[in-house]
Design a protein around this ligand. Sequence first.
Ligand SMILES: Nc1ncnc2c1ncn2[C@@H]1O[C@H](COP(=O)(O)OP(=O)(O)OP(=O)(O)O)[C@@H](O)[C@H]1O
Ligand SMILES: [Mg+2]
Length: 330
Amino acid sequence: MSGIVIAGVSRIFGTVRAVDNIDLTVAPGEFFTLLGPSGCGKTTLLRMIAGFSELDSGEIRFGDSRIDKLSAHRRDIGMVFQNYAVFPNLSVAGNVAYGLKARRVPAAEVATRVEEALALVQLAGYGERLPHQLSGGQLQRVAIARALVIRPQVLLFDEPLSNLDARLRVSMRSEIRALQKSLGITAIYVTHDQEEAMSVSDRIALMNAGRLEQVGVPAEIYRTPATRFAAEFMGTTNLVAAQVLGLAAPVTVSLRPEALRFAEDAPADWPRLPGIVAAIEMLGPITRLDLRLANGEILRMATLDTPQRTVQVGQAATLAYDPARLTVIP
Ligand SMILES: Nc1ncnc2c1ncn2[C@@H]1O[C@H](COP(=O)(O)OP(=O)(O)OP(=O)(O)O)[C@@H](O)[C@H]1O
Ligand SMILES: [Mg+2]
């Protein structure tokens, strides 16, 4: 198991600084996620770690050894892609065996290691099937088995779940994390989905236009976003001028929808905000509600489903907010 050091790494395509002087340290055994919107440089950085793209500056180390000059197959990494990249004409076992054969592992050992890898991803007994006989979730497991079978120091995932339906994505992401933790492999995971990132990661690096916006554990980035971009990217929030909330300082604050409640449900010392209900959205376990304040500003609130309460658009309502959950945005 080894950690990863990324030091001053850049990649420039023409006028685009796809990855712009990034410094990161990933601890041994850590599940580390690169999160950010389309085009922010996630895949480019991952490809540089994998050895599929050159660095324009900087260096990358696994443990004590510098690896950015090594060719991809000598870096001791396993990689799982968005589109699985499974060979359609090879059986499941053939796909998983591929990397071992390329490394000239003896046939008897290949057979046992393929079986072990398939068992790890819960596909024992599927070795003879062809890829077209598998579901999307099973194909993605083949791709994971193929990456694991070479027993890499480092596992890289580039949006591995984006081709799966919502339910399967949720179950596969916890499977991937459980597997990574049980094997103790260092993992770097790329996604543009903040909920997926928060659910699987030990730490997240939020990227924006080739740069790091914030690095931290999920709760820290969600609860105390360092920038306006981080506040907005990590989920719904209210960015309001402090005077709207009756605070003196002329700053912008972030107030998450779940930090607001109906006044009658809130502690007496939470500040009150009277307004008019402008919209209601029932999402099952939670209801989202927009409140229009006297100055026209809209505050978004989320509450757990409360069947005994009737709220209608156009009705006056007073909300209260938890002052401890205000985050000042610099
Ligand atoms: N081979 C290339 N040639 C020119 N520009 C490139 C190349 N690869 C990436 N880029 C540009 O670099 C930037 C970062 O691309 P990258 O694929 O790393 O983004 P990403 O964060 O993975 O996005 P997505 O979430 O859409 O996959 C983009 O502006 C992209 O257009
Ligand atoms: Mg990408």
